[in-house]
Structures are given as C-alpha cells and as structure tokens.
Design a binder for this molecule. Structure first.
Ligand code: 2P0
Length: 355
C-alpha cells in the first residue's frame, strides 16, 4: 500500500541586525567562532527581514531551497550544519486536524523544502544572511517542535552565518565569542529588549544596492591571514569597547553610544584597508556621509547622530530621536538631491528607510 502523502509546514519571519561593535574575523572557520565579541541592534521586522516557509513531506526525495523564488544549492556546509543541528533536536509532532503523526526519529529521514524571501537587496551589505539563517533555524525549529532555549538556537544560527546568531532576539544583543573550542559557549544574549531605547531612529541610506565585490566570509579570512591591526583590535580595543557600549546602552547614554559606534565602524574599515590586498567597502558617497555627520555632531557640541557601515557602501545612521531623524533626512536630500543620471545619489534620496 502506498504511504499516505502529506505536507507539514511552518512559517517564520526574522529581522536583520546592525552591529555597533563589529564582528570581523574568525578563529574557527568551520564552526564560525569569532575573534571578538560584538554588539548589534535588531531592526523592526517590517522594514528589513527574511520570511521563510519550511515544508516537510515523505514525498520529497531531497532537501531543496529557494531564495527569492530562485533555487539555490544546499551543498554548502552551512545549511547542512543548521539542518543537522535542528534535526538532532527534533521531537514528536502531531497535527490532529490533518491526522499526521511524526515521531522524533522520523525527522532524520524526512526531507524539507525551504522558501525564503528578503524584503531588501540580497548581499548588498545589508546583512541578508543574518536575517536568513536566523529565520531558517527558527522556522525549522518550529516545524520540528524543537524545545531549545534561544541561546541554543542562536548558537545553531551562528553555524549558518556568524551575524545570524544576533538576529534571534530583538533589541540590543551581544554575541559572546566564547572560550570553548567546540563553540558550545559562542552564542548571543539579549542585553535589553526593543522597548528599552525606543527613541532611537535608524535610517538606512542605500548608496548602492549592487552586490558587494568581496563577500564577508572571504574578506574576513583575508583579514585574519594578513592584517596585523586585527590582532590589536580584537585583543586590546574591542574588550574595553564592549563594556563601555553595554553601559551606554543600559543608561541610554547617546553621546557615548554614538562615539563608540562611529569609532568601531571606522576601525573595522581600517582593518579592511590593512588587509592584503586591501578591501574597500565604502565609496565616495559613504565618505561624504561620514563627513556630513561628523561636521553636524561637531557643530551641535554633542553627538546627535551615529553612523556605521558594514561590508558595503550603505550608510546606517542612528538618530537620537525622531526630530533629529527628520533633520537627517532633510540634510541627506539636500546634499544628495535625486538626479536621474546619478544613480548613487538618487538611491540615497530614494531608498532611505525610516524605521
Ligand atoms: C557584523 N559583518 O558584525 C559584521 C560587520 C559585516 C561587517 O557580520 O562568514 O555574513 O557568514 O559569519 O555574518 C558580516 O559577516 O559572515 C558581518 P559569516 P557574516 O555584522
């Protein structure tokens, strides 16, 4: 008798996160263990997020995945690591309405189909892998009735993409690098939830939505192998910054928060420049945005806006409140007026996302 065919599905959504103390460099490539702690803020999922549906059925002969409607290979070790770690923790699932019962040992044999969508440009330095892997792990966990706490889930998401471990939580999040060689203590913790500092407004100025030239993974590998500055940053600078940043966040001290955020973004890009061959993620427009913010903050006496740039030219500006944010947008539109023949400037004006 043919086996009854059925499909079980689960859907989840995860926002992306923006690091204010950057992760750059791994001490273990396979397990994705970083050379320093990092701190990030998770965005509102309405603006930048991944939505993933996972389906399991005895009718599926293999695991498959589609990203934004296009099938992608699951051969890379990272998907396999996440799938394996979640499958290991799978439990019995019973759907009474559909009359489906899956025993925990059955999950080893069941294949999954995964469909994921980003509501923002993939790989333009807007942390699409962070939202993507956090969402994949969370949604697979939901499908397979995994009962692990968020710390454990973050440690699994880390094996998909380092920054993904921080997207498991909202608010401000710290990824603790951990000490163990097996990665068991390298996981994210929530510092404060999203309601703690809700005056902050994050503006993302999309300078270019083109795919970046150097992927984060290969970029940080080159940095670890060639940059003498990275060792100094990871061992001497970041530990102190992490403590100060935690304090700034807990006390909602914007001045300290902004100084640390800008300094850490600049040091991350300095480390990229110290890599051989050098990695350029920012462009002229990025540099002009930095100057604009630096001049503004200097004129105000105390910082009103923080900037941070990831592995791409797009600016993330963090304003201390809504009033400042609207002034920032006005200033950006004034300095980068939309022009038909100037795509870079146009994008800044056109695609600013106010969250
Ligand atoms: C961060 N970035 O802390 C830093 C700042 C980019 C600049 O995490 O190799 O995609 O998958 O662990 O997480 C981008 O790196 O790299 C990143 P993998 P990931 O957000």
């Amino acid at each position: 008798e043919a086996e009854a065919q059925w499909v079980l599905t689960a859907t989840g959504r995860s926002p992306t996160n923006i690091a204010v103390i950057k992760y750059w460099g791994k001490r273990d490539e396979a397990l994705i263990l970083p050379v320093n702690d990092s701190i990030s803020v998770t965005l509102d999922p309405d603006h930048l997020s991944a939505t993933t549906t996972v389906a399991a059925s005895p009718a599926f002969p293999s695991d498959r995945m589609w990203l934004n409607g296009k099938e992608i290979a699951l051969s890379g070790g990272r998907f396999q690591s996440c799938l394996r770690e979640i499958r290991k923790r799978a439990r019995d699932v019973e759907d009474e309405k559909k009359g489906i019962k899956v025993k925990k040992e059955d999950w080893e044999k069941l294949h999954v189909h995964i469909a994921s969508y980003n509501n923002f440009p993939t790989a333009a330095g807007l942390a699409s892998s962070a939202a993507g892997f956090a969402c994949l792990v969370f949604t697979l966990g939901k499908l397979m009735n995994v009962n692990e706490d968020y710390g454990e889930l973050s440690s699994i998401a880390r094996q998909g993409s380092g920054s993904a471990c921080r997207s498991i939580y909202g608010g401000f999040v710290k990824w603790c690098m951990g000490k163990n060689d097996d990665g068991s203590d390298s996981m994210a913790v929530q510092l404060v939830d999203e309601s703690h500092w809700d005056d902050l407004v994050i503006i993302i100025a999309v300078v270019s939505s083109k795919q970046k030239e150097t992927s984060s993974t290969s970029g940080m590998r080159d940095t670890v192998e060639t940059s003498p500055l990275l060792q100094y940053r990871a061992q001497t600078v970041v530990p102190g910054r992490i403590l100060k940043m935690e304090d700034a966040i807990k006390n909602r001290n914007f001045e300290s928060f902004a100084r640390l955020t800008c300094a850490d973004s600049n040091q991350f890009h300095a480390v990229c420049l110290d890599t051989s061959p050098p990695i350029f993620y920012m462009n002229d427009t990025s540099h002009r945005i930095i100057s604009l913010v630096e001049k503004w903050n200097h004129a105000e006496g105390t910082p009103q806006v923080a900037y941070t740039f990831d592995a791409g030219p797009n600016a993330v500006l963090i304003a201390r409140n809504r009033k400042t944010a609207s002034l920032v947008l006005q200033r950006l539109l004034y300095c980068f007026p939309p022009q038909e023949n100037d795509l870079d400037s146009y994008m800044v004006g056109d695609k600013s996302i106010l969250s």
